[in-house]
Write a new protein. Structure first.
Length: 291
């Protein structure tokens, strides 16, 4: 498997970023027809987020998701010159503060694999990115080398407690994706598109304990390039009790996610079983959503 990954990156080096995007889109269309079970998951998710044509949006999500995987193989070749083509949109008077460290969150949305890289270039700043370590250490180390650079620091999920406080104290942002499902023991249940479902609590807890802002940022795919969308920072509400503060912070993150997903539904990773566990009004948790 390691040699296959190396070979894929070697072949990808022959192609431009746009060529990789087109190849990923084609593979996404192929996989949409190849995997009826994953297709049903995507269509179910599309229904939950309220789109008019779940099948069409699901198919487009396959295309965008595979484009992201293909584009990720270009990460080590991105230049400041390429970043000049990226439009930056600020929502509701949002701004970027590079004088202190904060949590930089995005979602499995648009081209999430390149979001942190472009952010460091556009705003001339450093960023740590939390990622789960792969079981195959050779593949993991190889992929980390492809993604890291002088301004981008990889943080293994088991290194969070050690590295995150130090990075924040040194004014370095810490990036994470919080829109995926999580095991119940690591989660709190928070409303998301009308369903009370799991929200991994680590980042909201750290934000509350250290009184650190959360900065939502998304890299959306346009016809020929990308658009970076910046939402207003989310500050923990210090008037609430600690547990209420954690829940409130997670709730406001989900509200941002709902807004960006409604605007670009097909660029969200609909293939993922986001609503694996649902809590009803009586507090009972079920896992039958996708059955």
């Amino acid at each position: 498997m390691y040699l296959l990954v190396r070979a894929l990156f070697a072949v990808s080096s022959l192609f431009s970023l746009n060529a990789l995007r087109r190849a990923g889109m084609a593979l996404g269309t192929f996989y949409y027809h190849l995997s009826p079970s994953r297709r049903r998951v995507a269509e179910k998710n599309a229904e939950i987020i309220g789109v008019k044509d779940p099948k069409a949006v699901a198919k487009s999500s396959f295309r965008h998701s595979f484009a992201t995987f293909a584009e990720s193989m270009y990460s080590h070749r991105i230049t400041a010159e390429q970043a000049k083509d990226i439009e930056v949109e600020y929502i509701s008077g949002a701004s970027i503060n590079t004088s202190k460290g904060y949590f930089l969150i995005t979602a499995h949305m648009g081209c999430w694999e390149l979001a942190a890289i472009y952010f460091t270039i556009l705003f001339n700043t450093k960023c740590g990115v939390i990622g789960r370590k792969m079981k195959n250490s050779r593949i993991n180390d190889f992929l980390v080398r492809q993604r890291e650079n002088e301004n981008l620091i990889h943080i293994g999920h088991r290194q969070v407690a050690e590295m995150v406080p130090e990075l924040l104290e040194n004014g370095i942002n810490v990036g994470s994706l919080l829109d995926h499902s999580a095991v119940q023991k690591d989660s709190i249940f928070v409303p998301f598109f009308g369903q009370k479902t799991t929200f991994i609590k680590g980042i909201p807890m750290l934000a509350v304990r250290r009184n650190v802002d959360i900065q939502p940022v998304f890299l959306i795919r346009t016809e020929k390039s990308y658009k970076m969308i910046i939402y207003p920072r989310i500050s923990p509400d210090m008037s609430l009790k600690p547990k209420e503060r954690i829940y409130d912070t997670a709730r406001r993150v989900n509200e941002v996610y709902e807004d960006i997903i409604r605007k670009y539904p097909d660029q969200w990773y609909l293939l993922h079983k986001r609503f694996k566990k649902i809590m009803n009004d009586e507090g009972k948790v079920t896992d039958t959503f996708y059955r």
